[in-house]
Write a protein that binds this ligand. Structure first.
Ligand SMILES: C[S@@+](CC[C@H](N)C(=O)[O-])C[C@H]1O[C@@H](n2cnc3c(N)ncnc32)[C@H](O)[C@@H]1O
Length: 435
């Protein structure tokens, strides 16, 4: 019982109706679909700031689930909408469709979303429509949802992926995006011991895999820096670079630092460079938490002039299309317009990185992209620009033969399906001539 004078948090009727998280989810959806904002954007965090931690997590979950299922929600809503309502109304309907489809108590969902539509000046006039449409979906319930086709990626991404990998592979990637991603950890020490300590699964390449819902900061060993979060595919570039104790290694696009930590843990002398100050703050926090050493520098990779490196890791800025399982907002927020600029930047970075290597040094170029133009084709073009540059077959424990391509490794979200999938990555290991 509460002591006299001690105020307990009061549950408002708003909390009971789940309005706060749904309102925040709706604002996130409007920003992603209307303004091209990513959920990782600082503005997204600001939209959630008013909510308590559980409400924040719920709002994020609702927004992510709706984005993962956007095309299915539209398919369900389509026959009930004679013309497209304003985006704010459409997003409320999409959110409601996903919740009803997933078996949430329909009465509460309809009431909450109709109330949110009624709140907005530009949407209040659609209250009746929202009510009618959501009630119709509620009548069909999860059974109606289950009969819908699986989600499809937007055309700007789907078309080039089908051209590169074929229809069946893209359908498998879409299924992987719908399934989401587990929690992957890289160990500072022995990964087998970490897997045992956390009850996780030890993957063949040394990543420790846990269920998606696990709160990483609450895991034993987190504060002591025994591990860091890193997708199994994202751990491959540093494995392929194979940094040796005492080697001088440059991590040219380093933040937030997963690969810097891997190389520092192997005893290499790592310099971590990145252009982004906020992202470097996260890298510094990661170094401090794990107690691993690295020299940190902020700047533009293209202007970095220090040469003579034994090895360089270039985890270049890219479309990030390989991370759609973790970032269902990305295909919706983006439209591919930034890709030509990224291709130019990647090319310039490869050339500059090669100029900074000592003769005979090695460059690992990696992108978390599913587009061959940001991977295989970059290597082909680099070899034409740099006669004598050789591609070395990647060697590391646990590499799956299915990932091997002529210029290195290619992973996709539909790979390792029986183990829980992995991000899409391209990784190549190049040797500068003149050793
Ligand atoms: C794919 S992320 C790197 C992820 C990082 N390697 C890791 O494992 O945690 C690409 C990084 O490139 C950085 N970047 C973009 N343009 C850059 C430039 N011109 N010079 C240096 N870094 C740049 C971004 O700030 C971003 O942190």
């Amino acid at each position: 019982m509460a002591r006299k004078g001690v105020k307990l948090p009061v549950e408002s009727s708003e909390d009971r109706a789940g309005l706060g998280p749904r309102r925040a989810a709706l604002r996130l959806l409007n920003a992603v679909t209307g303004e091209g904002m990513l959920l990782s954007d600082a503005r997204a965090a600001a939209m959630l700031a008013q909510l308590p931690p559980e409400g924040r997590a719920r709002a994020q979950r609702l927004a992510q689930e709706t984005l993962r299922n956007l095309s299915r929600a539209d398919e369900w809503l389509g026959p009930r909408l004679r013309k497209a309502p304003p985006l704010g109304v459409l997003n409320a309907l999409r959110l409601g469709a996903v919740e009803i489809g997933r078996g949430e108590a329909a009465h509460g969902v309809v009431n909450a979303l109709v109330a949110l539509v009624a709140e907005g000046k530009r949407t209040e006039g659609f209250r009746g429509l929202a009510n009618a449409v959501l009630r119709a979906l509620a009548k069909e319930g999860p059974e109606g949802w289950a009969g819908l086709p699986g989600p499809v990626l937007p055309d700007w991404l789907r078309e080039p992926l089908v051209e590169s990998w074929g229809e069946a592979a893209v359908e498998a990637m879409e299924a992987a995006q719908l399934a989401g991603a587990p929690l992957d950890l890289s160990a500072k020490g022995d990964p087998g011991e970490l897997a045992q300590a956390l009850g996780g699964e030890l993957l063949p390449t040394g990543t420790v895999r846990l269920d998606a819902g696990v709160q990483v900061t609450a895991l034993p060993g987190y504060q002591e820096g025994a591990f860091w979060v890193q997708d199994a595919a994202a751990a491959l570039p540093a494995l392929v670079l194979d940094a040796q104790r005492g080697e001088r290694v440059l991590d040219l696009c380093a933040a937030p630092g997963g690969k810097t930590l891997q190389m520092a843990a192997r005893g290499a002398e790592v310099t971590a460079l990145d252009i982004s100050a906020p992202r470097l703050e996260r890298l510094r926090d990661n170094l401090a938490r794990t107690g691993l050493p690295a020299r940190v520098a902020q700047g533009d990779a293209l202007e970095f002039g220090e040469g003579g490196w034994d090895a360089i890791l270039l985890d270049a800025p890219c479309s990030a299309t390989g991370t759609i399982r973790r970032h269902p907002d990305l295909p919706v927020a983006r439209d591919g317009a930034e890709i030509p600029g990224l291709l130019d930047l990647q090319e310039a970075m490869i050339d500059h990185a090669l100029s900074l290597l000592r003769p005979g040094g090695r460059l690992v170029f990696a992108t978390c992209s599913l587009l061959p133009e940001e991977g295989e084709e970059q290597v082909e073009a680099a070899r034409e620009r740099h006669p004598g540059l050789t591609v070395e077959p990647p060697e590391a424990p646990g590499l799956d033969p299915a990932w091997r391509v002529e210029s290195g490794l290619r992973t996709r979200p539909d790979h390792w399906a029986d183990l829980g999938g992995m991000d899409g990555f391209f990784v190549t290991r190049l040797r500068k001539p003149g050793a």
